[in-house]
Design a protein around this ligand. Structure first.
Ligand SMILES: NC(=O)c1ccc[n+]([C@@H]2O[C@H](COP(=O)([O-])OP(=O)(O)OC[C@H]3O[C@@H](n4cnc5c(N)ncnc54)[C@H](O)[C@@H]3O)[C@@H](O)[C@H]2O)c1
Length: 300
């Protein structure tokens, strides 16, 4: 667990880089698009809704918008193809589009037979499955590029807490799972870095501000969160960050994934009277991978 001071001068390395941002028309996505454009990056936005017209007017050559629903695979494919056709290799992707929870586990509505109705899982479709698809496409393109690229995903402070926005929390835990599952398979085996952001309350269309203020919440700006996204994108080379999660709160930043994994090691210490511990088995799998006896590294 490390508190991070973000130095904006590092963002200069993003000049002329090509970046795809899903959900880039509002909130954290829009804040990121503005920050990237200010550094001289070229940005392609994929969103259900258009960004503010003045953004398109002010940055005509450097920004493109494709109206799409991230839950449609073919639309996502078109987004990547159009970005590449317009600007060349895709350097960074921000898988950000998201909505709040929709499923109600305590709704007693029944159908014509008196049977309970299946909840709607659009939050899982948008906040998790579509993030997985965006990451899958990013890997497809970045694998073909000499310099690879980097991916940032929108997780949340609900990725690792009890938070009763149930399907939202489930999806965001899934994003953390995606980070953990893919981390051993990318950098340095492939020139692709994957990281995620975990913002605390941020002033966007997603957050019910009056309720949260009554609970004592303060709100950081989308720009503050955008800085953590740009930080990951620009932290390549010797300072390459990979497999990390930056929690942001009130415009302050902390990397928390490395610390959480250390805690997990403590939790998994051998159980009295048990067989080989889970940690020992992981070490065994690592040895088998090093000997070429299994294809997938179990951990980085
Ligand atoms: N606001 C917060 O406090 C907060 C905290 C943690 C994480 N996040 C995450 O940040 C991300 C951005 O959310 P935000 O707070 O900026 O909200 P927002 O509502 O301001 O922006 C979300 C954007 O995603 C787009 N979008 C939604 N569904 C889409 C779809 N199916 N296809 C294409 N675009 C779609 C919306 O049109 C919108 O432009 C989300 O993943 C959210 O879960 C937000």
């Amino acid at each position: 667990m490390t508190d991070i001071n973000i130095d904006d001068s590092a963002f200069a390395s993003l000049k002329d880089k090509v970046v795809i941002v899903t959900g880039g028309s509002s909130g954290i996505g829009l804040g990121t698009v503005k920050l990237l454009l200010a550094t001289g990056a070229k940005v392609v936005i994929g969103d259900l809704n258009p960004p503010p017209q003045e953004l398109l007017d002010d940055h005509g050559q450097s920004v493109k918008f494709l109206q799409l629903d991230v839950t449609h695979w073919k639309s996502l494919v078109a987004l990547f193809k159009q970005a590449k056709e317009a600007y060349g290799p895709i350097d960074h992707v921000f898988a950000n589009a998201g909505i709040t929870g929709k499923a109600n586990f305590f709704d007693d509505t029944t159908d014509e037979n008196g049977d309970p109705i299946e909840p709607k899982y659009s939050t899982i479709d948008i906040n998790l499955t579509s993030v997985m698809n965006t990451v899958k496409l990013a890997i497809f393109y970045m694998k073909q590029q000499k310099d690879g690229g980097s991916i940032v995903m929108a997780a949340s402070a609900s990725s690792f807490q009890r938070f009763s926005n149930v399907d939202y929390t489930t999806a965001k835990h899934g994003v953390l799972g995606l980070l953990r599952g893919l981390t051993p398979l990318l950098h340095p085996r492939l020139p692709i870095r994957l990281n995620a952001i975990a913002p605390s309350w941020t002033d966007t269309n997603l957050t019910p501000r009056p309720i949260l203020e009554a609970a004592g919440a303060t709100f950081q700006t989308p720009h503050a969160v955008a800085r953590s996204v740009a930080f990951f994108m620009s932290s390549g080379g010797d300072s390459a960050r990979h497999g990390q999660l930056i929690f942001s709160h009130d415009g302050k930043y902390r990397e928390i994934e490395e610390g959480m994994l250390e805690m997990v090691k403590v939790l998994l210490e051998p159980l009295e009277g048990g067989g080989a511990s889970n940690l020992e088995i992981m070490e065994g799998l690592k040895k088998l991978f090093a000997q070429g006896k299994i294809q997938m590294p179990p951990a980085a």
